[in-house]
Design a protein around this ligand. Structure first.
Ligand SMILES: [Zn+2]
Length: 162
């Protein structure tokens, strides 16, 4: 069991107020590379959940191992399932038609359907408020959803470990 210690002052190195001493290098790396922890730096459950995702990643000898998607129950590779967790249902910024958007893509095409992209975006280089609004909304929505998903996912991984 990992114990998280917090410290605001002092010489010991910390990240987001979390004491790094005693933490495995992979955990230090996760903390350093993910600004989302700033917001959840006091949430042990969240942080430890992410750590255990990382541990499961290591236990998997390679990412091509067959894996059942806990949502769709389809058999896929572990890498694919992780990848699918970055895709969310969203609506086109113009016509509101249902689309799939990726949390790691900030291009305009990620927030419109193909038709609207070709019609409104494709050849323009101008700043597009509608797309910006949609991407901000999307990010807020995903953050909330990801935390719920991660909890479900970790429960699933734990259940299948033994
Ligand atoms: Zn559209």
């Amino acid at each position: 069991m990992i114990e998280l210690k917090r410290q605001n002052r002092g010489k010991a190195p910390t990240k987001w107020g979390i004491l790094l001493r005693g933490l495995a290098p992979r955990y230090k790396k996760i903390l350093a590379n993910n600004p989302i922890f700033k917001k959840y730096s006091n949430d042990d459950r969240f942080i430890l959940s992410v750590f255990s995702i990382e541990d499961s990643n290591i236990k998997v000898s390679h990412l091509q191992r067959p894996f059942i998607n806990p949502e769709s129950k389809e058999v896929s590779t572990f890498a694919n399932v992780i990848n699918q967790y970055k895709v969310f249902n969203w609506n086109c910024a113009y016509c509101r038609t249902p689309i799939k958007s990726r949390i790691d893509n900030y291009k305009a095409s990620n927030f419109t359907c193909t038709k609207c992209f070709n019609y409104y975006i494709k050849d323009t280089k101008t700043y597009n408020q509608r797309i910006v609004d949609s991407s901000v909304e999307f990010t807020t929505y995903c953050r909330k959803l990801m935390i719920e998903n991660q909890k479900k996912f970790i429960k699933y991984i734990k259940k299948n470990e033994h």
